[in-house]
Design a protein around this ligand. Structure first.
Ligand code: CA
Length: 264
């Protein structure tokens, strides 16, 4: 079963491990089911500057998300209590109920929805408090919409990767739960690092990925042992892919990074 989804992920096709009889496997996995149904990812934008709120919402809708908006903390908390979102973009300086209180309420209810704080409070202590209170990311105002988009992609991507989904790219296939990859149906013998690199490249299919991006996303910041040897890992991965496929699906774009799929 192949399901095309979500403009941000481009033309990757996700094959969720679906029970043919019921049509849905793994009921606990709401995200995969959402995809299976072909529904859009839902985002709530909480921001009292209405013009800003609407322009963020408009931009994200153009990216393919379903976006709701609200303008004060109390209303936000009411909506969050009854609706379910994939991501909440949360301002802190809000009328009626402060954004930090909204966040604490969310986490106190064991609600694990991703929260990105978007705030003019840019001090280190604010960020620490926000992240310690359960925010998944923190972006300060003023901000560039492109950066917000990238962070939204990153937060929603993590959700996808956590799922037991199979990513496909040409003759390559990656099982994100079993942590295995195949080329032309044959299982590849990859190290953990090689597999993580391949997964990230496939998730960004047709877009160049820089070494810095690989280091920060693939290795969650444990850079020291990795940064020097990243080229070695990529080179080993490419060699294995070339052997299995008869060609190297990864291209190196000068000044931009590594890319899989798309025009060389
Ligand atoms: Ca505000």
């Amino acid at each position: 079963m192949s399901v095309s989804l979500f403009s941000i992920l481009g033309s990757i096709s996700y094959r969720h491990l679906i029970d043919d009889k019921s049509g849905v496997l793994d009921i606990s996995n709401n995200y995969a089911i959402l995809y299976y149904k072909g529904e859009k990812m839902r985002i709530l934008v909480v921001e009292d500057e209405q013009e800003l709120c609407e322009s963020v919402a408009k931009g994200l809708r153009l990216d393919g998300y379903e976006v709701d908006t609200c303008f004060d903390g109390e209303e936000a908390w009411e909506i969050i209590s009854v609706e379910s979102y994939d991501l909440i973009i949360l301002d802190l300086n809000l009328p009626k109920l402060d954004g930090m209180e909204v966040l604490k309420n969310i986490r106190a209810e064991d609600n694990e929805t991703s929260v990105l704080i978007l705030s003019a409070r840019g001090g280190l202590q604010d960020k620490i408090e926000g992240l310690d209170s359960g925010a998944n990311d923190y972006l300060c105002k003023p901000f560039h919409f492109e950066e917000l988009e990238a962070r939204v992609r990153s937060l929603t991507r993590r959700r996808v990767v956590q799922n037991n989904l199979v990513l496909e790219c040409g003759e390559l296939s990656l099982d994100t739960k079993a942590r295995t990859a195949t080329a032309k149906g044959e299982e590849l013998s990859l190290t953990r690092k090689e597999l993580a690199i391949l997964e990230y490249l496939v998730l960004h299919r047709e877009h160049p990925v820089s070494q810095e991006e690989l280091i920060s996303h693939v290795w969650d910041g444990s850079v020291d042992s990795f940064s020097n040897s990243i080229r070695v890992h990529i080179s080993a991965l490419r060699k294995k892919l070339r052997t299995a496929l008869g060609y190297d699906p990864i291209t190196n774009r000068v000044g931009q990074g590594y890319m899989i799929g798309g025009e060389a």
